[in-house]
Write a protein that binds this ligand. Structure first.
Ligand SMILES: Cc1ncc(C[n+]2csc(CCOP(=O)(O)OP(=O)(O)O)c2C)c(N)n1
Length: 299
């Protein structure tokens, strides 16, 4: 399948919306790793461009999550961009709401709203605010920004699916720094207690948070063992390796009676040399010259 340079790889020109839906899901399932890598690169370009234009935002933690979000939206999730509220959709919940740009980039590329709209990031009256707002943005499941809440929210959504006998799955993306929040561990206990096996948490384990390295701010190790001790099935992957991510998501589907967490080892600022592992770009926009260099690196 050949992908257009920009625009919606999953969109079709047919006027028949039913056909379009079928095409969307089939096309997403059949994308090759190379095609998904091309999408990942496009998401990175969108992130840099929109944050650069806005003059504020969070590039580091958006760039580290690109492959995680790509694997979900372009391979794993059962969703209908033309019907964001479709009741049987799989749910993706971005708990680290400051990484909104990576979600907006994926939603636009899937066709939830026009790619051009990405340039309105953080403007007054835009549907794309700095932190996610489920009341205005098609495809956004949770209003976030206050760290620590997404796992609890996701457990509620997953339990609702169970109560309603729906077979959708729930994916929630947490930051590793976010795991300093006590509410994350209350949620972890509850999810295991209630055997919420339609829930997968992914931790974007980029090693850093707002003030620098986690090991200096609040040591999380032994992270894997903590999740295990709380009753979770734990998988560790290279969070920039799409094949490993897809395998992990597939493996999680087979786990019964307990929730799964995927600890995705990533690099903050991945893909842009001067942003990689650089806490300065946690919450700072690149200036015009930096945008130019970054886009050159992402050609
Ligand atoms: C409850 C709460 N406390 C503090 C903040 C400010 N804040 C925004 S991002 C961030 C660091 C988050 O680190 P991490 O979860 O590792 O995100 P990433 O490094 O992936 O961007 C902090 C402390 C917040 N948004 N919410």
């Amino acid at each position: 399948m050949s992908l257009p340079e920009s625009g919606n790889p999953l969109s079709v020109t047919s006027a028949d919306s039913m056909k379009a839906e079928v095409f969307s899901s089939v096309a997403a399932k059949t994308l090759s790793i190379e095609e998904m890598e091309a999408i990942a690169k496009r998401l990175r370009r969108h992130i840099i461009t929109m944050i650069g234009k806005a003059g504020s935002g969070h590039p580091g933690g958006s760039l580290s999550a690109v492959e995680i979000v790509t694997a979900l939206y372009f391979k794993l999730l059962r969703h209908k961009p033309s019907d964001p509220q479709w009741s049987d959709r799989d749910r993706f919940i971005l708990s680290k709401g400051h990484a909104a740009p990576v979600l907006y980039a994926a939603l636009a590329e899937c066709g939830y709203f026009p790619v051009d709209e990405l340039s309105t990031l953080r403007q007054l009256d835009s549907r794309l605010q700095g932190h996610t707002d489920r009341t205005v943005t098609p495809g956004v499941e949770m209003s976030a920004g206050t760290l620590g809440q997404g796992l609890s929210f996701a457990i509620g959504v997953a339990l609702a699916g169970r109560l309603n006998a729906q077979d959708y799955r729930v994916y929630v993306l947490l930051g590793d720094g976010e795991c300093d929040e006590g509410q994350v561990w209350e949620g972890a206990m509850a999810a295991a207690h209630f055997k919420v096996d339609n829930l997968v948490a992914i931790v974007d384990n980029n090693g850093q948070q707002i003030d620098g390295w986690n090991r200096d701010v609040m040591n999380l190790e032994p992270f894997n063992k903590k999740w295990q001790a709380f009753g979770w099935h734990v998988i560790e992957v290279d969070g920039h390796n799409l094949s490993q991510l897809i395998d992990a998501f597939d493996q999680a589907k087979l786990v019964k009676g307990q929730p799964t967490v995927i600890i995705a080892h990533t690099i903050k600022g991945k893909g842009v040399s001067f942003m990689e592992n650089n806490p300065d770009f946690h919450g700072k926009a690149p200036n015009a010259a930096e945008v130019e260099i970054a886009l050159k690196e992402l050609e």
